[in-house]
Design a protein around this ligand. Structure first.
Ligand code: ASP
Length: 602
């Protein structure tokens, strides 16, 4: 396990992608120049080490090196294994009298203390090589050592195989980040984002533009975080996405925009959501759906990690209607079949009461999922759990989609492989409806994507008569059953935008008067998309949660368990914002916890 993570980490760091050049000697500037030609990062420039722990091999034999790292473990006061982000290296603790002070430092420093050692790279004695360690052919004969900082008793061991609760990992996140797994995830994320920037800016002329995070409420979308201002009764909102700004940039003639954008949504806890998350946000003028789709396919192909199977383009596409009919969801996992099939015709003349009943209803259908080898693999208790799931979600249309996924889980629990973890199955879902009935009030409409999405050109005539029938120019990108992106061609006609906002969505257009005005001043046709970076990286790395690809995520309940945010403020600090807390009756304890020591969520 460890060696596979390590080799993946190293592969990502040291694979030469260009001309191979020898660079061992020479000035710093020459080394930097050569490494930029080779496109291998120089990992030891500007700092107090000559090499990383993980990079040393037999080719370095005889070299004098200085290494800095954390003490991973010590064996019999003879060997010490030193770790940095790049890997592990064995250091031989000198035993002779003349090196007594070096021995004392290396033998007495607790595990996870930080040390600097200088010495010679030597080969391990025959038979003592460790083939599981990338540096296993060599060791360091130490001449001098310095204790840079000591480490107190840790709340958990820094070893990937040591199990710890997520709450503890989040409370001591800075320690958790030392694990190879977290190092791998965050470094892969950084490399992918760099490749995306390269593709967008250098190859396709996009401009990286930052947009404000103190903004105002956007009608018709996710719930937003509210920020008090010093003006009585006035609040900023944190943007749920840079949507309005990127459209305004198009009006401003910045016709290819992108941003690695932080977005905020106060949507409560869900396993695959975070209150603050990152989007690769993109907008272009004079573009159609096909243009955006090709751009994104190229972007993913270009930035895809080299240790994964290459991305095959173009991605297949499916209409929203087809996705619902065949997979029972608008984000189908197309890695396996077991599609939903309509078998109503078979039962037209049935005498079976509940089927007759279903078919007699308007639009009533009988649908089935064929589980090949189901009889062989599924046990009675599996069938029971399927029956329970169906009963729990009775009358939701999405129930068949849930059953399909549950069947796949059950079959996989019995040893069948339906969803190859190495397979990345991308899919465009298109032709969404422009509006959906509001969940809390089905008589009213809400946007299926957001209110700036343009109607499908073939359905515009239905906008005034049958708005529910209008399809939109909204597209979602799905990967292995997860929505990883979504976007649309936008409305650039102010009148149409006003009609949709005011008449169909019953929103307060005053809130968007700036945007409506901008559309009137020669707004170009435009469209865009946003990729959910956290979810994408989570799928690429195979991490169990998006929290594993974010350096400092919030807990399931939206708290920062390390610093205890959100936190209380004393009344005098709230005064400038004209805010008073009205404490709920049962929160006396919380009130008195102001300035009390903090206890993390368990
Ligand atoms: N702003 C949209 C979102 O966050 C994406 C887009 O339409 O470009 O879902």
């Amino acid at each position: 396990m460890f060696s596979s993570w390590l080799s993946r980490l190293c592969r990502g760091l040291s694979t030469p992608t260009g001309r191979v050049t020898h660079l061992i000697q020479g000035s710093l500037s020459r080394r930097l120049m050569l490494s930029s030609q080779r496109r291998i990062p120089e990992l030891s420039s500007f700092v107090a080490r000559t090499n990383t722990c993980g990079e040393l091999r037999s080719s370095h034999l005889g070299q004098e090196v200085t290494l800095c790292g954390w003490i991973q473990y010590r064996r019999q006061n003879i060997f010490l294994v030193l770790r940095d982000f790049h890997g592990l290296v064995q250091v031989v603790i000198p035993q002779d009298e003349s090196a007594a002070s070096v021995k004392k430092i290396l033998c007495e420093a607790p595990v996870e203390s930080v040390v600097q050692v200088s010495g010679t790279v030597i080969s391990r004695p025959p038979g003592q090589e460790n083939p599981k360690m990338p540096t296993g052919e060599i060791e360091i004969k130490v001449k001098s050592a310095q204790l840079l900082n000591t480490c107190k008793k840790l709340p958990f061991e820094i070893k990937d195989f040591v199990k710890k609760t997520e709450a503890l990992r989040l409370q001591y996140r800075y320690l958790d980040l030392r694990s190879f797994q977290m190092q791998y995830n965050l470094r892969l994320r950084s490399r992918m984002v760099m490749k995306m920037r390269e593709y967008l800016c250098n190859l396709h002329g996009f401009v990286d533009i930052e947009t404000p995070t103190l903004f105002k409420r956007t009608p018709g979308g996710a719930k937003e975080y509210v920020i008090p201002s010093r003006e009585p009764g006035k609040f900023y909102c944190l943007p749920q996405s840079p949507q309005q700004f990127k459209q305004l940039l198009m009006v401003g003639g910045l016709d290819r925009y992108f941003q690695v954008a932080r977005c905020y949504r106060d949507e409560g806890s869900r396993p695959d959501r975070q209150p603050e998350f990152t989007q690769i946000d993109i907008e272009m003028s004079f573009v159609d759906q096909i243009g955006i789709r090709s751009l994104i396919e190229g972007l993913l192909q270009y930035s895809w990690p080299s240790d994964k199977d290459p991305v095959v383009v173009p991605f297949p596409s499916m209409t929203f209607a087809e996705a619902l009919a065949s997979y029972g969801t608008d984000k189908p996992d197309t890695r396996f079949g077991m599609k939903i099939v309509d078998i109503s015709d078979v039962f037209r003349n049935t005498k079976v009461g509940f089927l007759q009943d279903a078919l007699s209803k308007p639009q009533g259908t009988v649908k089935a999922i064929c589980i090949s080898e189901g009889a062989k693999y599924l046990k009675r208790k599996d069938i029971e759990s399927l029956r329970k799931l169906a009963a729990d979600h009775f009358n939701q249309c999405s129930v068949l989609g849930k059953l399909r996924l549950e069947c796949a889980d059950l079959l996989e629990a019995r040893g069948l492989v339906l969803r190859d973890p190495a397979l990345f199955s991308f899919l465009w879902v298109v032709d969404f409806p422009l509006f959906l009935p509001k969940e809390e009030n089905p008589g009213e409409l809400e946007s299926a994507h957001h209110p700036f999405t343009a109607p499908h050109p073939s359905d515009i005539h239905l906008l005034h008569t049958e708005p529910k029938q209008v399809r939109s120019q909204h597209y979602d990108l799905v990967l292995n059953g997860n929505e990883i992106g979504g976007g649309s061609i936008r409305i650039h006609d102010a009148e149409l935008q006003r009609y949709i906002l005011a008449t169909l969505l019953k929103e307060d257009v005053k809130l968007l008067s700036h945007l409506l005005q901008a559309l009137d001043f020669g707004a170009p046709p435009h469209g865009g998309i946003a990729l959910g970076l956290d979810r994408l990286i989570c799928l690429v790395t195979g991490a169990p949660s998006i929290r594993d690809v974010i350096a400092f995520p919030k807990s399931f309940r939206g708290h920062d368990l390390m610093s205890n945010a959100p936190d209380s403020l004393p009344p005098e600090e709230l005064k400038p914002y004209h805010i008073q807390v009205s404490w709920p009756a049962d929160s006396e304890a919380e009130k008195s916890s102001l300035n009390q020591p903090y206890h993390p969520e368990s």
